[in-house]
Design a protein around this ligand. Structure first.
Ligand code: ZN
Length: 106
């Protein structure tokens, strides 16, 4: 067993869970507070992610010696992000989420 790979997978799972919880909380809070249509709030969330990508990519272009080694390529990076969004959007909903009441009004 490759323990480094397992540790990497564990850290990815923790990061995925943390971001999911944080974004769900932010989405619910914003939709409740602004009383906006869920798809408009989804679009605003996508815009926020796009702005985050732009800022992170710009920081890496300005500092190509960042130890992470990322060299932004908007075409490839945005294709990957779009594919990840589309893939997660069609994943079956876990049972415990199907019984949750939607927050706010649609
Ligand atoms: Zn970096």
């Amino acid at each position: 067993m490759d323990h480094r790979r397992s540790n990497f997978d564990f850290r990815v799972d923790v990061a995925r869970s943390d971001l999911h919880q944080t974004m769900t909380s932010a989405f619910t809070r914003v939709q409740h507070g602004a009383q906006l249509h869920p798809m408009l709030v989804m679009r605003l969330a996508a815009e926020a992610l796009g702005a985050l990508y732009r800022d992170m990519a710009a920081a890496h272009v300005q500092d190509p010696h960042c130890p992470c080694g990322w060299q932004p390529d908007a075409t490839c990076d945005l294709d990957m992000l779009g594919a990840a969004l589309a893939q997660q959007a069609v994943v079956p909903i876990p049972f415990d989420l199907r019984v949750m009441q939607p927050a706010g009004e649609a």
